[in-house]
Design a protein around this ligand. Structure first.
Ligand SMILES: [Zn+2]
Length: 507
């Protein structure tokens, strides 16, 4: 084998015990894998190997894993004020029938986040892509092409609700009669057509570039699709051995669906999924803020992974997910950005810092607060498990995929070096990242992306997405009486007794 990369005199950390910083060592990458670690690495390097000299001051870590993301709003960071999810979505995904994004708009907006992620050492992303009003093949291909071109590892699913709005909300009596017909408007695309789209997407993209690109399955949320469609996607996910994304109990209003939507028959959405055999070790349970101990037991028993998105939960006021209870139940908890429109950055460093801090205000017993080590285990170990790549991603071991980030330990974040773990979680912003590698290929090095024209793409994004131009997304303001009705629903749900509280503090 020719080529490859030899990292000399680098420090490393172990994914299972990230608090332990190794002495200087050598790491050899051949092809898309880590071929050797330690004294024998130099001897196995080929003469044409690229050599990165660490001089004992560089830290080699597994690339960061963004386990939940929606690329669709990458061009809308900071665009909306903070609002509860149900109201927020009126602005984010209006129910009008505006044209689908042009393929080029879908490509450029996908690339915007890829630029951020690769610069900051994120090497894997799970994109639950949605398209307003529906996913056209050309737009899907454009998203996949962006991931193909920039070099990041991506699992991409289609987050498309198939039921009318009236199936997804509690307290429908809050809507004045004049608005009710809108709630019953069918989804813009049927389930059969979506399944055909998945099949086409799988045949074209699944496993591309030696498995760097994969497709996943997404039902968006249990209240947003039929059981038949959920089963069909679960079958596909089993067949392809890929994750199934499902947003579950993100908000308190969603918790009230168990009693306010007859089809859930008084059971929580987790129980509903589980009772239908749809909670498995392939299921990514996204958010899980308003879950109770019974839900936790079901998730733990089935081996599902929870994806925690603390910045999104803060931005939308969703509440604080019970991280400690999840961990105590033995549930793997991975971490995600959710989306730029409600996270406003594409930095997993901000996610891990937020995850490392937010749970400290849930009580005074500091033994229950997350440790920096736990947060890094969530980032890497649980992230890899969410992607169904445990054992080969998120680890720095011989045979694992060479998805890596190189950090400068002489940077301000690590000066002086007190605790590598603590400084990774609480101090690092991404400014220390000197190189990002995915599948053995350098994708960011010496301050520049190696595979894409970053300046050109940013210039195009400014031109394309400036106000009034091709936003690739409808942006009409919702009607005031519609917003008022949704506000009443959220407010009524907030007053309901659901047997738990996930909000803290007082006005
Ligand atoms: Zn999401």
């Amino acid at each position: 084998m020719t080529g490859g990369t030899l990292f000399t005199d680098v420090r490393t950390i172990c994914a299972d015990n990230p608090a332990t910083l190794s002495a200087s060592t050598d790491v050899l990458v051949l092809g898309d894998r880590i071929a050797e670690i330690g004294a024998s690495a130099r001897g196995q390097a080929t003469p044409d190997c690229f050599v990165f000299e660490g001089h004992g001051r560089h830290l080699l870590v597994p690339g960061l894993i963004n386990a939940h993301f929606h690329s669709s709003t990458n061009h809308m960071k900071g665009a909306l004020p903070s609002m509860p999810l149900e109201v927020f979505m009126l602005y984010e995904s209006p129910a009008d029938r505006s044209p689908v994004p042009s393929p080029r708009a879908a490509y450029v907006r996908t690339m915007l986040a890829c630029i951020d992620m690769l610069r900051l050492g994120t090497t894997s992303v799970q994109d639950d892509a949605f398209f307003v009003p529906f996913p056209a093949d050309e737009a899907i291909d454009a998203v996949m092409q962006a991931y193909a071109d920039c070099g990041i590892r991506a699992t991409v699913a289609l987050d498309q609700p198939t039921l009318p709005e009236s199936s997804k909300l509690p307290y429908l009596d809050e809507f004045p009669p004049a608005l009710r017909p809108v709630l019953d408007t069918p989804a813009p695309v049927g389930e059969d057509q979506l399944l055909d789209t998945y099949q086409r997407m799988a045949s074209r993209w699944h496993g591309a570039d030696r498995g760097r690109l994969q497709i996943g399955m997404s039902v968006s949320a249990p209240q947003r699709v039929s059981l038949g469609y959920f089963h069909a996607l679960d079958d596909l996910s089993r067949k392809l051995d890929v994750p199934l994304f499902v947003h579950v109990l993100e908000t308190k209003a969603q918790r009230t669906l168990m009693t306010e939507q007859p089809r859930f028959a008084g059971e929580s959405l987790v129980a509903y999924i589980d009772n239908n055999g749809l909670l498995t070790d392939r299921t990514n349970v996204i958010h899980a803020v308003w879950i109770d101990d019974g839900d936790l037991a079901r998730i733990a028993a089935t081996g599902s992974v929870v994806i925690h998105n603390p910045m999104s939960n803060l931005r939308l006021g969703s509440g604080i997910a019970p991280y400690r209870r999840m961990r105590n139940a033995g549930i793997p908890v991975a971490l995600g950005l959710d989306e730029a429109i409600c996270g406003d950055s594409n930095s997993m460093w901000e996610v891990i810092r937020t995850a490392g801090l937010i749970h400290n205000i849930t009580g005074e017993d500091y033994s229950s607060w997350p440790s920096a080590e736990e947060i890094l285990q969530s980032l890497w170990g649980s992230g890899a498990r969410a992607m169904r790549r445990a054992g080969e991603l998120g680890r720095l071991e011989v045979g694992c995929l060479a998805d890596l980030a190189v950090l400068d330990l002489n940077s301000r974040a690590f000066t002086p070096l007190n605790s590598v773990c603590g400084q990774l979680v609480y101090c690092e912003t991404g400014a220390s990242v000197e190189m990002t590698m995915v599948a053995g290929r350098k994708v960011f090095e010496r301050g520049r992306l190696t595979l894409v024209d970053e300046a050109g793409l940013l210039e195009e994004a400014r031109e394309r997405f400036s106000a009034g131009r091709d936003r690739g997304q409808p942006h009409e303001e919702p009607e005031a009486d519609t917003v008022a009705a949704y506000r009443r629903i959220v407010s009524r749900a907030a007053r309901a007794d659901v047997g738990m509280n996930r909000w803290v503090g007082h006005l």
